[in-house]
Design a protein around this ligand. Sequence first.
Ligand code: GTP
Ligand code: SAM
Ligand code: SF4
Ligand code: SF4
Length: 326
Amino acid sequence: MALIDTYGRRINYLRLSVTDRCNLRCRYCMPEEGVEKLDHSQVLSYADLLRISTEAVAAGIEKIRVTGGEPLVRKGIISFLERLGALPGLKELVLTTNGLLLKEMAQGLREAGVQRLNISLDSLKPETFAAITRGGELKRVLDGLEAAEKAGFPPHKINVVVMRGVNDDEILDFVELTMKRPYAVRFIEYMPTCGDADWRELCVPGAEIRERIGERYLIEEVSNSELSGPSKNFKVQGAQGSLGIITAMTGHFCNGCNRLRVTASGIAKGCLFSGDGVDLRPVLATGDDALLRQEVQRIVAAKPGRHEVTDEGAETVPFAMSRVGG
Ligand SMILES: Nc1nc2c(ncn2[C@@H]2O[C@H](COP(=O)(O)OP(=O)(O)OP(=O)(O)O)[C@@H](O)[C@H]2O)c(=O)[nH]1
Ligand SMILES: C[S@@+](CC[C@H](N)C(=O)[O-])C[C@H]1O[C@@H](n2cnc3c(N)ncnc32)[C@H](O)[C@@H]1O
Ligand code: SF4
Ligand code: SF4
């Protein structure tokens, strides 16, 4: 079965957030204070997350990315992933993490069937890393990357949210990282989700990032795979790894969007920026899984063509990314 939306896009990728909790508090993702945590009773049980995933896969989803908050802080995550990975028809099970707990958990994740990890790492300098994450310890993440490689994961994707005056001086350091390691480093344009007034200064357009890299290195294009996301990938000559740019603000990759989102509290969103979304809990409560599948199909049918976040309107859509899962 295939899920096709009204714009003719095939929706085959579910981003499933399993928790809104996090062991970091990145400045671009959560405000310093004032983010209300979901009450435990609001967070969907693993059984319900599995029911949603089962119906989504039956309807046409082929890839599930587990995200959060920080997915690895939720108790029982490994056995949940094991069950998720066993869903018939699911081709890819992948996870986005801040890497803090990978040292302890990488082996278990691999054994549970997680195929690949995307790891957020915004700075290679301990002080800058701590400032961006409000207290995170860089070494733990670097140890986590190593542990995951040893556990047999393919080369990691590293997510770097580029912020002018904060970490944009490290763009070339990350390029150098791909000379030494086979990582796929992706530079992400900063999205103004926290209602921040200074987002225009912080956001470094993808074109500028690429230009800055091109001034120092010879760029070679690489191909993008069918289930790959919005990242436009390339590499520099002589590198083991690759580079990518996710132009979340300037790019308009919405034409090729293949995603559906479900939050930890059971809100389904056709678009990252879809305001309130659709609450799946009433349908879950009926116990009728055929109805759940129809609801997934209905949400896909109503998926917006693109986001409406523009220079003028950006401040009108604040939300904590940790609630939606990125
Ligand atoms: N605007 C927008 N941003 C997205 C979308 N999907 C992911 N992102 C952003 O892209 C960045 C990287 O997200 P990841 O969780 O690593 O996922 P991804 O790069 O889309 O995943 P893969 O392509 O499957 O590796 C994050 O900042 C996300 O918020 C999307 O559909 N729209
Ligand atoms: C919300 S996090 C959840 C998963 C995990 N905690 C992590 O940090 O990888 C998912 C992705 O969203 C990205 N993200 C969060 N807020 C963002 C923003 N304002 N602009 C761009 N990317 C953002 C993060 O960098 C991360 O790569
Ligand atoms: S980006 Fe990830 S690690 Fe950072 S606060 Fe958000 S959910 Fe937590
Ligand atoms: S902004 Fe919305 S429509 Fe555009 S790529 Fe992201 S999720 Fe898809």
